[in-house]
Design a protein around this ligand. Structure first.
Ligand SMILES: [Fe+2]
Length: 204
């Protein structure tokens, strides 16, 4: 057997420990729902041009949304995804989740979202209603500052050693992530607006 043969026994094993999961679920056919949600989002902004400012900079964020028939298809998709997350993470079947604090983000040119976490809940999530090239992406930061102060210099940044990981914004894409995970949204650099709907997942 020559060194490098695939039949060589491995020199060591690698076990990812204490992993942090980002769940990404692309809707199989989001066009009709996104059209409806786009109209709903612009209607909400027209009704409340001030909105509110949480993590958004130069953007419009809605007040927390009340249950609405226009949101039902999206909420169904979110609930279906949470059910898959529940199975993946072996969450106790007796424990109930509820979706709270749903809100709309409309990000025009020059807008971004500052780094933040979603305090006091289990998961945060975002669904992309309207996106385009250059509209900005969500990026997540290593949650442990202990690791950051104990790292050697890396020759190149890869998913094995990075401190920041990005997930591309794409219409029809739903992302669910641990609420403690710091995240931000990079700047929208073009004229088209990006629309997303964010939410929190808490316990009953
Ligand atoms: Fe967020």
């Amino acid at each position: 057997m020559r060194p490098g043969d695939e039949s060589d026994p491995p020199l060591f094993t690698v076990t990812p420990m204490f992993p942090t999961f980002l769940f990404v679920h692309d809707h199989p056919d989001p066009s009709a729902m996104n059209q409806q949600l786009t109209a709903f989002s612009y209607g909400a902004r027209a009704a409340d041009p001030e909105g509110r400012s949480v993590s958004g900079r130069n953007s419009w964020q809605s007040q927390p949304l009340r249950p609405h028939p226009e949101l039902q298809p999206l909420m169904g998709f979110v609930e279906e995804t949470i059910a898959r997350v529940r199975v993946y993470l072996d969450i106790d079947a007796r424990f109930s989740f509820r979706i709270t604090d749903t809100w709309i983000n409309i990000n025009g040119k020059g807008s971004y979202n500052a780094t933040h976490i979603h305090g006091g809940v289990y998961f945060g999530g975002v669904y992309y209603v309207k996106t385009h090239e250059g509209c900005g992406h969500i990026q997540f930061h290593e949650p442990s500052n202990i690791r950051e102060s104990h790292c050697p210099p890396y020759a190149r940044i890869t998913p094995r050693n990075c401190f920041v990981q990005q997930c591309a914004a794409k219409a029809g894409r739903l992302c669910i992530f641990p609420a403690y995970l710091p995240h931000e949204v990079t700047e929208n650099t073009v004229d088209d607006e990006r629309i997303s709907i964010a939410f929190n997942v808490a316990g009953e």
